[in-house]
Design a protein around this ligand. Structure first.
Ligand SMILES: Cc1ncc(COP(=O)(O)O)c(C=O)c1O
Length: 425
């Protein structure tokens, strides 16, 4: 008889305290943050850190311009503003993403139009974009979800054919590559998040806007700083206190910037270690019946922000729904000491804000006179719904967690899948 599952009173496979948290904090990171405090003027440090981070991230991604922000959502809103998207304009957004991708569109009184995802990569299905275009469509947002590059050639082809701009939401894809070039360097503009969980992080909140276009850069900079062009730390010299248009307060934070610059020095090393962990998982988990491992198109080099696992009850002869099977497997793995779980619980257009179509006030931006009527029908996004029902995340694949821990993850999966008869009684 196989070993008893932890959920049934057996010994957990992964002992408590084995999994190391992210981000890994080194003495170099501590020193980088301390330098902000040990300088003569913290205001001068604001300029030094913001300018250095702009330069370093622009160089890393291969872009001319970068503006550090206080969140990825802010960076994405700046993308919308930079491209001159007007109230009532429509922007194509994948139906599966964090809803901040669509929030940036709504913040500018524009209208998100959702497109279902590809069932293998879980990024936007480029083949379905054309069917959602109208004379009001101005841009497509390609989200590199879970660090998997979206199908950029196909997206750029539709965009070129229809005169659309391309925004990359690279919030989860620092260092991911499509055909050998970094995500965030392919579209017209891109936004990254450096929030705590991300593969490049400030340890708190933050984001990065990038582009090659001087005018887009200027428009984004105006939006970031109350409608003026000001370098943080140079307010006395540069601020006119005369807004040239509606702006927000999207400045980044000096301590987070110092921290993220220090983390950036280890981004490639950390990505390589995470990719090694995930390749090991794929090699071993793919041999287990009933488990689906990530598909990686040949032109893509993902960084695995999270490791995505699918379940296939039919493959193990079970006639229960993928959702119930997933919940059972997840519960059993959690008891084995692995951190697994759900992220999004429904496709973005199924969220209340889109179903009720009330952003603010009496229903703006859908009702404030700019937009064409739009319907968000839940049944239009079957791949996003099926993905959510049948997939979960294996968290903590980040370094310093290593292959020894990945072996325990694999053992836990094998143990759970060997005991399905007791798990699904
Ligand atoms: C795909 C995606 N887009 C946008 C965001 C927004 O980033 P932030 O939380 O930094 O505003 C996130 C972050 O969670 C994300 O995962």
């Amino acid at each position: 008889m196989s070993e008893q599952l932890a959920i049934h009173g057996g010994k957990p496979t992964v002992p408590a305290g084995t999994i190391k948290p992210w981000p890994q904090i080194t003495d170099a990171d501590r020193q980088a943050v301390m330098e902000v405090l040990s300088g003569q003027s913290i205001n001068e440090q604001r300029r030094i850190q913001a300018e250095a981070l702009s330069q370093e991230w622009a160089t890393y991604v291969g872009r001319k311009y970068c503006i550090p922000t206080n969140s990825g959502t802010a960076a994405l809103h700046m993308c919308i503003a930079a491209l001159g998207i007007e109230p009532g304009d429509e922007v194509i957004v994948p139906a599966f993403t964090f809803w901040a991708t669509a929030a940036g569109v709504l913040h500018h009184n524009a209208i998100p139009i959702f497109v279902d995802i590809d069932p293998k990569t879980f990024c936007i299905d480029a083949a379905q974009i054309e069917g959602k275009l109208s004379e009001r469509t101005k841009a497509v947002i390609a989200v590199h979800i879970h660090g998997m590059p979206a199908d950029m050639d196909a997206i750029l082809a539709v965009a070129t054919q229809h005169g659309l701009k391309v925004i990359e939401d690279a919030a989860q894809a620092h260092g991911s590559k499509y055909k050998g070039v970094p995500c965030g360097s392919i579209g017209d503009v891109a936004g990254f998040s450096t929030q705590m969980s991300k593969t490049l992080t400030t340890g708190s909140e933050g984001g990065l806007f990038v582009t090659d276009d001087e005018d887009y850069h200027k428009q984004a900079a105006l939006l970031q700083y109350f409608g003026e062009l000001v370098v943080p730390g140079r307010e006395r010299q540069e601020q006119e206190y005369n807004a040239y248009g509606l702006g927000w307060m999207y400045r980044g934070d000096v301590f987070g910037q110092a921290f993220v610059r220090s983390q950036l020095k280890r981004l490639d090393t950390n990505n390589a270690l995470r990719i090694r962990n995930c390749n090991f998982l794929t090699e071993h988990l793919s041999k287990i019946k009933g488990i689906e491992t990530p598909y990686v198109p040949p032109q893509c080099q993902p960084v695995y922000y999270n490791y995505v696992v699918g379940v296939k009850p039919d493959e193990v002869g079970l006639s229960i729904s993928p959702r119930i099977f997933r919940e059972k497997v997840q519960e059993a793995l959690t008891a084995e000491g692995i951190h697994v779980g759900q992220w999004q619980r429904r496709p973005v257009p199924a969220q209340e804000i889109f179903q009720a179509q009330i952003g603010y006030g009496q229903g703006c931006p859908w009702t404030c006179g700019h937009a064409q009527p739009v319907e968000y029908r839940q049944e239009d996004y079957p791949n996003a719904t099926a993905f959510i029902d049948s997939h979960f995340y294996l968290f903590d694949v980040n370094p310093p967690n290593d292959l020894d821990l990945m072996k325990l993850y694999v053992e836990a999966f094998e143990k759970v899948m060997d005991n399905l008869d007791r798990l699904v009684e």
